[in-house]
Design a protein around this ligand. Sequence first.
Ligand code: GLP
Length: 236
Amino acid sequence: MDQTTKHGILHEHLRRLIERELAPHARLPAERELAEQFGVSRMTVRQALERLERERRVYRVRGAGTFVARPAITKGIELTSFSEDMRGRGLRAGSVLRSAGITAAGAEVGFALGLSPAEEVVHVSRVRTADGVPMCVEDSWLPAAAVPGLLDGALDGSLYETLLVRYRISLRRAEQTIRATVLDRDTAALLEVPAFGPALVVERTAFDQRDRPVERAVSTYRADRYAFELEVTRPG
Ligand code: GLP
């Protein structure tokens, strides 16, 4: 981290302020105020703010000021793919394939997919990226019988698109659990963040148009770049 230059120090101070004290959409002090408070030039303030903007921690509204952005990526409750989520935010989705193969389902994945533990599943493990930045580590298991030849094709694009185009499988709903975790060393290294930081784990079982379970997935998202957004309504 660049804490040696004046704007580096200011950037770090503002980053902490945003993370710890300011609510989303709160306005940051004006450039002039920041310059006075820190005894730096307006140019230095501008450099620090520009950097925060590039990092998507703030957004600027001409004539109104600089405001705290929400976490860079927020995800609604629709059943969408990673590629669709990123596209919706103007980011380029990518995948780095870690491994792909056929294994026995095992008890947990088998239970989720309605298979016996010995039945075969295709297991695909990927690091998902947004504009080249790692966002999550994602493991997907699919019944091998439902996706014959999946491993023969490319696996660097959208899995859900492949399911639709190649297998006419259209995912309609999913059962999902979101929980917190602490990153182990290996996962943190894949996500290029420090070990033992927080992460969000999303466990999904997705069902097709005939309500058959087709995918079990466990995705571990960086908590600093990802949030889930739900609209909640009051019962009755
Ligand atoms: C999300 C889901 C995964 C799913 C993936 C498909 O990340 N949590 O369960 O495998 O989307 O994304 P894509 O179609 O981009 O491969």
